[in-house]
Design a protein around this ligand. Structure first.
Ligand SMILES: [Zn+2]
Ligand SMILES: [Zn+2]
Length: 266
C-alpha cells in the first residue's frame, strides 16, 4: 500500500521543532512517501503574540529552507505551505500572508479560543481546570466553523484538538461537529487526519471516528498529516490513519498545488 501525501510538518523556525527540511524530506523518501508538504506555524501580526512560531522577518528564510529541500530531492514532491492560526479579526492578515509567497495550500488551525489561551499549550494546562470542558469545546468549534467558512484555507487542521490532554465534555458534541462540517462542505474545505493525537494523552488521531463518520456523510474531503516536529515523525502512523479513513468509507484523498485541489485515490 502506498502512503498518501504527508501535508503537515514543521521546521525549527517555530522554536519547538528540530531538524531541517532536508532531513524531513530524506526520512520521507526512506519511508517511500512520494509527496510531503511543509506547513510551519505562520507568523502573527505581532511577533510577541506567543513564543511558538516564526517571526515575521523569518518567512523568507522558511521558504528558502523548503526550496533547499526541493532542490536536494527532486524525486520527492515537496509542497510549500503554512499552518495558519485562525482568530476572528485576523482575516486581512491571513490574506496578506497569502500574497507573500506562491503557497501550495494553507492549513487553518484553531489553537486559541481567546486572544490569550492556546488550549493545546501544556504550559497553560491549568486553564482547563478553571473552565467547563463543554464551554471550551463550544468556543473552539465556533471558531473552527468560522475558519472553514472563511475560504482562507484549503485544509482544516486537527479538527478535535481540545481532546489533546484527554479532557472531554460529558455532553454530546455532534451538533458542534455538524455545524463545522456543514460549513466545510459548503466552502469546499478539506479536513486533515492528523496522527499527532496518537502521541498525546488522548491517544487518538485528530479527528476521532465520530467526527470523521459525519465528515464522510457530508462529503468533506480529507488529507493526511503527521504534524511532524522532528524528522523521525514524518509519515508516522499514516497507515493507521488511512485504515481509519477507509473504514469510514473514504476512497479518495486530496493534494494541493498552487492552492488548487487535486483528488487522489487512497
Ligand atoms: Zn507545533
Ligand atoms: Zn497545530
Amino acid at each position: 500500500m502506498s502512503l498518501p501525501a504527508d501535508l503537515h510538518m514543521h521546521t525549527p523556525l517555530c522554536r519547538h521543532a528540530t531538524g531541517e527540511p532536508v532531513e524531513y524530506a530524506r526520512h520521507a523518501l526512506e519511508l517511500g512517501l512520494t509527496e510531503i508538504g511543509f506547513s510551519d506555524h505562520s507568523p502573527m501580526p505581532r511577533d510577541d503574540f506567543d513564543d511558538w512560531r516564526m517571526r515575521n522577518d523569518q518567512l523568507d528564510e522558511y521558504v528558502a529552507k523548503v526550496r533547499l529541500a526541493q532542490a536536494e530531492f527532486p524525486q520527492l514532491t515537496i509542497r510549500l505551505a503554512l499552518e495558519v492560526d485562525y482568530l476572528p479579526g485576523h482575516e486581512d492578515w491571513i490574506r496578506e500572508l497569502a500574497t507573500r509567497h506562491p503557497w501550495d495550500y494553507f492549513i487553518g488551525s484553531v489553537h486559541y479560543v481567546s486572544d490569550s489561551w492556546d488550549i493545546d499549550n501544556p504550559a497553560k494546562l491549568s486553564e482547563w481546570k478553571k473552565r467547563d470542558a463543554f464551554e471550551v469545546w463550544q468556543a473552539y468549534f465556533e471558531r473552527l466553523t468560522l475558519a472553514a467558512e472563511s475560504r482562507l484555507f484549503e485544509i482544516i487542521g486537527h479538527a478535535d484538538l481540545p481532546k489533546k490532554f484527554g479532557i472531554r465534555p460529558q455532553q454530546d458534541c455532534t451538533p458542534l461537529y455538524e455545524k463545522f462540517l456543514d460549513a466545510a462542505a459548503r466552502a469546499g474545505c478539506s479536513m486533515e487526519l492528523n496522527t499527532a493525537g496518537l502521541r498525546k494523552d488522548c491517544r487518538e488521531i485528530y479527528p476521532g471516528r465520530d467526527l470523521l463518520r459525519l465528515a464522510f456523510q457530508k462529503g468533506v474531503p480529507i488529507t493526511f498529516g503527521s504534524d511532524a516536529h522532528a524528522p523521525a515523525e514524518v509519515g508516522m502512523n499514516l497507515a493507521e490513519a488511512v485504515a481509519l479513513a477507509r473504514s469510514e468509507g473514504y476512497t479518495e484523498t486530496c493534494r494541493f498545488r498552487q492552492r488548487q485541489r487535486e483528488a487522489a485515490w487512497l
